[in-house]
Design a protein around this ligand. Structure first.
Ligand code: B1M
Length: 210
């Protein structure tokens, strides 16, 4: 659909106001919020990723794209989020220490909420100690760790090791995700599960708590 291509292009060129306008138009025309996320916003960020890697886009431009995507997500969130249904479980989510990427993690968090989970979103650059402290405070059923950098992936293992060290590992499930993470890596570090995208993360949480 041409309007999705226009939305993706507006994300790529970092036009936050235009993104918000197009998202609003798509909602008004009756399009599904999840389709808008996947076909427009994520499609745009995918191109940004390719150009960033190729050196055709630089950090300030990527940040503009990220802000545009977030602007669109802000409008979509209330439409995707669940109403007042009973909680399916409590999830503590955050991006690990040293990693500032939060768009994917926020999308996962949003879909978890819409899937009926109570979500505590700790933000980015969260140390293993802070995950453990928050876990002791909030007693989540699941800790969900996001990492977008190969250099920060080892912090996921660090969180799991610290949970074990503190005798808390059997009290909580740990799931991992993010572009460089894989099922193989999840197995290697002793996580309870891996999900490649936001939709499967919700499905995984349901399975783990069934
Ligand atoms: Co960064 N960055 N970045 N960046 N950035 C990547 C990740 C990179 C792949 C770009 C590239 O080279 N092609 C590369 C990593 C290479 C690597 O390690 N393998 C990279 C780099 C190198 C860097 C810097 C080091 C660049 C620099 O400064 N020289 C730097 C690091 C800063 C830091 O974190 N300490 C950096 C900085 C930034 C910005 C700040 C400019 C910005 C982040 C803004 C923000 O998040 N607020 C940024 C962005 C935007 C990207 C790309 C372009 C897009 C990421 C994104 O938001 N994608 C990215 C390239 C790419 O991934 N294609 C890149 C859209 C989002 C919806 O997808 O996050 O993958 P994603 O999330 C998905 C799934 O992964 C999954 O579900 C989500 C939805 O389906 N998922 C989970 C995510 N978390 C999950 C958790 C789960 C389950 C599923 O369960 C717990």
């Amino acid at each position: 659909m041409a309007i999705y291509a226009e939305l993706a292009q507006s994300v790529i060129s970092g036009q936050r106001d235009k993104v918000r306008e197009l998202v609003s138009n798509l909602i008004a025309a009756g399009n599904s919020p999840l389709e808008i996320v996947n076909e427009g916003l994520i499609a745009g960020m995918d191109v940004v990723g390719v150009r960033f890697k190729a050196g055709d886009m630089f950090v300030p431009e990527v940040l503009m794209s990220a802000k545009s995507m977030t602007g669109g997500l802000e409008i979509l969130k209330p439409l995707i989020a669940a109403g007042d249904q009973k909680s399916n479980g409590r999830i503590l989510i955050g991006t690990v220490k040293g990693d500032l990427h939060d768009i994917g993690k926020n999308l996962v968090s949003m879909l978890m909420e819409s899937g009926g989970f109570e979500v505590i979103n700790m933000g980015v650059d969260i140390s293993s100690d802070d995950f453990i402290a928050a876990s002791a405070e909030h007693k989540p059923d699941i800790i969900a760790l996001s990492a977008l950098l190969t250099t920060t992936m080892p912090m996921m293992k660090d969180v799991i090791d610290l949970l074990t060290e503190k005798g808390l590992r059997d009290k909580v499930k740990v799931i991992v995700g993010g572009a460089p993470v894989s099922q193989e890596y999840a197995n290697m570090i002793g996580a309870d599960g891996y999900a490649p995208d936001a939709g499967s993360a919700v499905e995984l949480c349901r399975q783990l708590l069934a």
